[in-house]
Design a protein around this ligand. Structure first.
Ligand code: GSH
Length: 201
């Protein structure tokens, strides 16, 4: 299987971390793609986004949620809980984390435009989504929905998006979120997180 990814993409990192946690990382041959520059990616994924997974028979699957569902089904331990209510809670955390990632990518792309062309309303709306998601995660650590004792899809999705906040300096999220900060420090030490860490050059 070929995993088309970019090292900095939090969505692709979610797939890489999940595969590593399951001991399936060696199934992938990794191919770096620059989604904003490389139009050939569109042949595999009409949205021209990473990650995309190309199966051995050529079938392409995306987006990251579909890929993690597929990879999770390949072997135990299952990192997407099967039973309710754990399943819906984990998938809701994943949706909130992915949505925070979408908002963050928009902010990062907007900052790349000349300052005179910055759209204030875009920053306001997207950063409001980022901050509200961060508040949700702080509450989730406090009530145990996000746990440091397990590292399943909800935890993985949140961890990679918090790392993206840092690497792209989207928001200074730690003040007023002590539980989330401490949780992130702990999960960042996992082998899968350390091995997939990337910085902007
Ligand atoms: N919903 C998608 C989001 C993927 C995504 O936005 N990837 C970014 C990189 S972090 C990308 O490829 N963007 C290219 C574009 O928006 O044109 C997923 O979960 O895989």
């Amino acid at each position: 299987m070929r995993l088309l990814y970019s090292p900095i993409s939090p969505f692709a990192r979610k797939v890489r971390v999940l595969a590593m946690e399951k001991g399936l990382f060696d199934l992938f041959s990794l191919e770096i793609v620059a989604p904003f520059q490389d139009e050939s990616l569109r042949i595999q994924n009409p949205l021209c986004k990473v990650p995309a997974l190309i199966l051995d028979d050529g079938e392409a699957i995306f987006d990251s949620g579909v890929i993690v569902d597929f990879v999770d089904g390949l072997a135990t331990p299952r990192l997407i809980p099967a039973e309710q209510p754990l399943r819906r809670r984990a998938l809701t955390l994943e949706a909130a984390a992915d949505g925070m990632g979408d908002a963050s990518v928009l902010v990062v792309r907007e900052r790349m435009r000349p300052e005179s062309e910055h759209r204030k309303d875009l920053f306001e709306r997207q950063l409001r989504a980022v901050n509200a998601a961060l508040d949700l995660f702080e509450a989730a650590v406090r009530d145990g929905t996000l746990s440091a004792e397990r590292f399943e899809i909800g935890e993985i999705a949140v961890a990679v998006q918090l790392a993206y906040q840092d690497v792209r300096q989207v928001s200074a999220w730690r003040p007023d979120r002590p539980a989330l900060s401490e949780w992130f420090e702990r999960v960042s030490k996992r082998t899968s997180m350390v091995a997939t860490h990337a910085t902007v050059t």
